[in-house]
Write a protein that binds this ligand. Structure first.
Ligand code: GDG
Length: 735
């Protein structure tokens, strides 16, 4: 097992140079805080930007910097000031951040930003490729590096790559507005495992993959060429013990040991013992809803004036991305709001809002968490929100009330908190009142649940679960489906073929010999395919069958003149040596009148779908519908049909974007087995791509060589990735 390589935009340490010496300072932010405990143990390397641009890094200190970073298990990616501008302040924070947080009005689509983002992602990928081995496990973090997985995959096809997105993945309707949406998805799909905080983000991502790339998605797995990509949710936890221990240590401090901030908080409490402290801590970011929260606080004081002088709101806003204009505007807006409200409402003894615009040391954070009766966190959108979890972890006596926005990922796991809609002032005013009056035993009951969960699912468990899933993916990926046809297998197959005295070949058509087409009538054979089939057909001791669900008219037109043997409509009709089609099975068709109107009503209600009418079956095609909607309708139709047909002699086949109703006593497997009985074949070969071909794979004897096209679960022995590979394989038989 190799080492673990973590990659994120910023390293978990920040470098500062003063008087020729280097200081390493821990970074502020969810990711840096959360991953620290993971990175400190075991063999791992963290690659990221140090926080200093090339221009700010004196050349003579390069080696010292590398050394200082190496001591923390880190290695740096070098970036120029203009790269940081375009990549970080530009595309990451003026395009992706606002868009993924549903702030379309702040989203800027700038080609320059995108170009720099691509170039810088390539730099990160190059650093990984340089510093990693094939057996290392790579974990890429967050929205700044969404192209990295694919860039690494190109050079390291067999390495295990995981990606975790710390911010929301927006709904398809939002995501699709991005001009580079396809490139971003393709970048992410270089991963083996893609993790999100919540199931909703996962669902939105899968929907975009289906709609924009048209890829097959089954539950939480995406099928892409010869790979299966797993998508899952892993709600990030905190270093629970660190916060709990810090709070215990804080409680046991003597009066002399207390910080200035704590003294101020204590004197406030002493002067007005029945007042409540309400706390909010966030990076100063529009997604956190700080301005709205202040407005809601004013609304609350106007609605319930009896709480004037009885509550105080402490706002800690940590400076963030101050180079981005939107953040400068927001800072001004908040300054003005706090100034106006404090000006209007303050009394001699009371200022309603204490506002800090700064980053505080960890211990001050603990002072604030432990001294506040209520934590009020109202992000308009937040991937997770760790502050909510940290507040709960520091409540050693289990008292305290958490009011949390429904729009934060953490709300999904923190049901015992008071959940609010940050846009609903009425609800928030009432909830604040409820929090102020919540009995102690109710607080303790709610927080006990919350603490138990946070203690169990801490950040270490989170990281381990992600890594375990990534490693499992590596193993399962190998054993997931039938064996991939390697060069060695191909050689031995060809050998078997050449040596055989009598060969029988069953070749499915759509999705096997040719790719899919929006209009099935247009998926006609090309010259190359005719040439290939001719060659196979002309070989001695070889019986070739095209075996398909297609109707006899279409296949008759395409292949009768060529005299290929054909079995069509899943085994109803057979044609040999260019003779007219004959019935292979006696089948009924009187049920069709009953089923046709049902399918027609589904066509009416599902734009893009249509009915293909064959002699003895009816097929409802939904390849050209909206993918999610189409699947939903297919499930519905399946239920309707099954209830209609009961135990009749007809059955429903779920093909590749098609549902076919046909007589139960025909299928490709039955037809193929009948053909086998005609002679003493010593090489039987069947190849196909969908459900209907599984009948062949199941019913043919074990000695048959069966091949599935694509990666879905199958009864076939082998698989190949694409129709292109099918043709290459068949070409080997013509050598
Ligand atoms: C992103 C996503 C997701 C805050 N102020 C100070 C300080 N902090 C620490 C907190 C907490 C962290 O910063 C903030 O984490 P959040 O999760 O609340 O928010 P983001 O920074 O926006 O993080 C977010 C997260 O990634 C993880 O995936 O939850 O949704 O937006 O740990 O304690 N720490 C110190 N001084 C401060 O003044 N020392």
């Amino acid at each position: 097992m190799g080492k673990t390589i973590i990659i994120s935009n910023r390293l978990p340490v920040q470098l500062q140079i003063s008087n020729g010496t280097i200081n390493a300072i821990p970074s502020v932010g969810g990711l840096a805080t959360g991953m620290k405990s993971v990175h400190s143990g075991g063999e791992s390397l963290w690659i990221g930007w140090s926080g200093l641009t090339n221009e700010e890094t004196p050349e003579e200190l390069e080696l010292d910097i590398d050394k200082a970073l190496a001591e923390h298990g880190c290695a740096k990616v070098k970036l120029t000031a203009s790269e940081v501008d375009g990549f970080y302040f530009g595309f990451s924070n003026r395009t992706v951040w606002p868009l993924f947080h549903y702030f379309m009005e702040y989203t800027e689509f700038e080609l320059d930003f995108w170009d720099t983002y691509k170039a810088v992602n390539q730099k990160f990928a190059d650093a990984i490729i340089e510093k990693s081995n094939e057996d290392d496990t790579i974990w890429v973090h967050d929205y700044q590096l969404m192209l990295v997985p694919q860039m690494v995959r190109e050079k390291r096809p067999d390495t295990s790559i995981g990606f975790f997105l710390h911010i929301p993945f927006p709904s398809y309707e939002i995501f699709r507005t991005m001009p580079w949406r396809v490139e971003v998805l393709e970048g992410l799909l270089g991963s083996d495992l893609i993790g999100f905080h919540t199931y909703d983000y996962e669902r939105h991502f899968l929907s975009s993959v289906r709609r924009l790339l048209g890829l097959d998605v089954s539950f939480n797995e995406i099928y892409l060429d010869n790979r299966v990509i797993k998508v899952d949710s892993f709600p990030m936890g905190i270093d629970y013990k660190k916060f709990k221990d810090a709070a215990i240590a804080h409680d046991s401090k003597s009066i002399e040991e207390r910080s200035d901030l704590q003294e101020r908080l204590d004197s406030h409490k002493a002067s007005a013992p029945d007042t409540k402290l309400i706390l909010s801590i966030d990076r100063l970011d529009y997604s956190k809803g700080i301005a709205k929260r202040i407005n809601a606080f004013e609304y609350f004081l106007n609605k319930y004036p009896e709480y004037k002088e009885k509550v105080r709101l402490i706002i800690l806003a940590v400076p963030s991305r101050s180079n981005v204009p939107q953040y400068q505007l927001l800072k001004r807006e908040i300054d003005e709001l706090v100034g106006r409200i404090n000006g209007e409402l303050s009394t001699v003894n009371w200022t309603p809002i204490w506002y800090f615009y700064r980053s505080l040391p960890f211990n001050s954070l603990i002072d604030l968490y432990t001294s506040s009766d209520i934590a009020w966190l109202t992000p308009l959108r937040d991937g997770m929100n760790l502050v909510a979890k940290e507040y709960i972890a520091t409540r050693t006596d289990k008292t305290g009330v958490l009011i949390l926005s429904e729009m934060a990922g953490s709300a999904y796991e923190m049901n015992e908190a008071l959940l609010i809609n940050p846009n609903n002032f009425e609800e928030q005013a009432d909830t604040l009142r409820q929090a102020i009056h919540m009995p102690k035993d109710e607080q303790i009951a709610r927080n006990s649940f919350l603490q138990n969960r946070l203690e169990r699912y801490n950040v270490e468990v989170w990281a381990n679960e992600f890594m375990t899933a990534l490693n499992e993916k590596r193993d399962v990926g190998k054993a997931y489906v039938s064996e991939k046809i390697s060069t060695a297998i191909l050689d031995s197959m060809e050998n078997q073929y050449t040596k055989a005295k009598k060969r029988l070949l069953f070749l499915d058509y759509d999705g096997t010999l040719v790719g899919f087409h929006k209009d099935p009538q247009k998926a006609s054979p090309d010259e190359e395919l005719y040439a290939l089939l001719d060659q196979l057909q002309q070989q001695e001791n070889t019986t070739l069958f095209l075996i398909s669900g297609r109707d006899k008219q279409t296949f008759g037109k395409w292949f009768l003149p060529k005299k290929y043997n054909m079995i069509v409509e899943h085994g109803v009709w057979i044609s040999k040596n260019g003779e007219e089609f004959k019935m292979l099975e006696q089948v009924k068709s009187d049920w069709m009148g009953k089923i046709r109107p049902v399918l027609e009503s589904f066509v009416d209600r599902t734009p893009g779908s249509f009915i293909e009418e064959k002699n003895y079956s009816l097929a409802w095609h939904y390849r050209n519908t909206d993918p999610d909607f189409g699947e939903k309708r297919a499930t519905e139709l399946n239920t309707v049909l099954r209830s209609l047909i009961g135990n009749d002699d007809i059955s429903v086949l779920n093909g590749n974007k098609v549902m076919e109703v046909k007589s139960s006593n025909v299928n490709k497997g039955r037809a193929a087995v009948r053909m086998m009985a005609d002679d003493d074949y010593d090489f039987v070969f069947a190849i196909g791509d969908d459900w209907t071909d599984e009948f062949m794979f199941q019913e043919l004897p074990d000695s048959a060589v069966t091949v599935k096209v694509g990666l879905k679960k199958t009864h076939a022995k082998y698989h190949v990735e694409s129709t292109k590979r099918v043709r290459e394989l068949l070409n080997r038989f013509t050598q």
